[in-house]
Design a protein around this ligand. Structure first.
Ligand SMILES: *Cc1c(COP(=O)(O)O)cnc(C)c1O
Length: 356
């Protein structure tokens, strides 16, 4: 566990490290509370889970099959395992969470399916590279490409447009691959693009979506959404075997009702995106600070002198560093306030001008 900060171990105001540092939003909490009445059948055979499924079908405007699991790593790896045999491969981006941050879980749950990671600008695929990876070999010595996995919003806070997803899906499907989407920040992408959720999922060719809840304002819980119901065959056995079937399922499913009824999920995402937009605007004006990627969702990536980053950390600010020295990620959430954003911008200004 990381050491606690120098202000208070309980309440950390000056943090932009991750959207899962945030708490549970009131709507999710209330929905969980509402489900806490009396006895209810276990393992998902309950009223709350049914209502949550209905809400998911409503927002996606289709009769999809949905499964609730504890976290994103489980959602991604079980979804990928269900699409692959052990000798298959999954094409993903170099920076993809499935490749860099899941400790080999996709390979583990699929009994050896290999991830083939490729580069591309702005955290997105270069489709020429994707096609080259698919067609490079067809002999039995090469793990057969079976899935194209996209992250939406991407790991560097950019967003695939409906057209880009369509093009990627068409290419994948033309070679018999399935399309998986890691949607840990899917809500932020929907809010950013102002499109219907279907437009960047099944209508754009996505076969399976892992829809994130935790970063959007829930305590925990992600949904695996199968748009092609055949692919969901026996998926419940995978969930159970992997320890991902909650006995008191209603406490994972009910918060989704609170998030989806009244579109709280999009309100939260829009707020987080707006905070990031404000932060990007403020930081752009600071000399010595360079924005690394176009701000399209709820994060801002910047390059700043190493000593500026050090000063910020010393003052208690929390953020992730990556891509070499000076690179920093500031992540906003439903809980971030514009005051937090302005204070951070002020701190960067002061650190840059040498006044702290
Ligand atoms: C946070 C995140 C996940 C899920 O991570 P867990 O910690 O397993 O819930 C998956 N994909 C991306 C891109 C993420 O940022």
């Amino acid at each position: 566990m990381p050491a606690s900060d120098n202000t208070s171990a309980q309440i950390m105001f000056n943090q932009f490290a991750s959207d899962n540092y945030a708490g549970i939003c009131p709507e999710a909490m209330q929905a969980m509370q509402a489900a806490n009445t009396g006895f209810t059948p276990s393992y998902g055979d309950d009223f709350w889970t049914e209502r949550a499924c209905e809400q998911l079908r409503r927002i996606f405007e289709t009769d999809c099959q949905v499964f609730f699991v504890f976290n994103g790593t489980a959602a991604n790896s079980l979804a990928l395992a269900s699409l692959c045999r052990s000798y298959h491969s999954v094409i993903c981006h170099d920076l993809a969470h499935v490749e860099t941050d899941e400790c080999g879980a996709p390979e583990f749950f699929s009994n050896g399916t290999k991830l083939l990671h490729i580069q591309g600008p702005m955290g997105k695929f270069d489709l020429t590279e994707v096609e080259r990876t698919i067609t490079r070999r067809s002999d039995i010595h090469y793990p057969r490409p079976k899935v194209l996995s996209l992250t939406q919003a991407t790991e560097v806070g950019t967003v695939y447009t409906p057209g880009e997803i369509n093009a990627a899906s068409e290419l994948a499907h033309s070679y018999g691959l399935r399309v998986h989407m890691d949607g840990a920040r899917f809500a932020n992408a929907v809010a950013s693009l102002g499109v219907a959720p279907a437009d960047i999922s099944w209508r754009a060719g996505v076969d399976v979506l892992c829809l994130g809840g935790a970063k959007n304002g829930m305590a925990l819980g992600e949904v695996v959404v199968f748009f092609d119901k055949e692919l969901a065959h026996e998926f419940e056995y995978r969930c159970k075997q992997a320890g991902q079937l909650a006995s008191k399922m209603r406490f994972i499913s009910a918060p989704w009702i609170g998030m989806l009824e009244g579109d709280t999920w999009l309100k939260n995402a829009r707020h987080a995106n707006d905070c990031a937009a404000l932060l990007a605007a403020e930081l752009t004006a600071i000399e010595g600070v360079r924005i690394l990627y176009p701000r399209q969702a709820n994060s801002v990536f910047i390059e700043m002198p190493g000593e500026v980053a050090e000063k910020l950390r010393a003052a208690g600010w929390r953020f992730y560093s990556f891509i070499g020295s000076g690179g920093a990620r500031f992540m906003c959430s439903w809980q971030t306030s514009t005051k937090d954003v302005m204070q951070l911008a002020e701190a960067v200004k002061k650190a840059s001008s040498g006044t702290i």
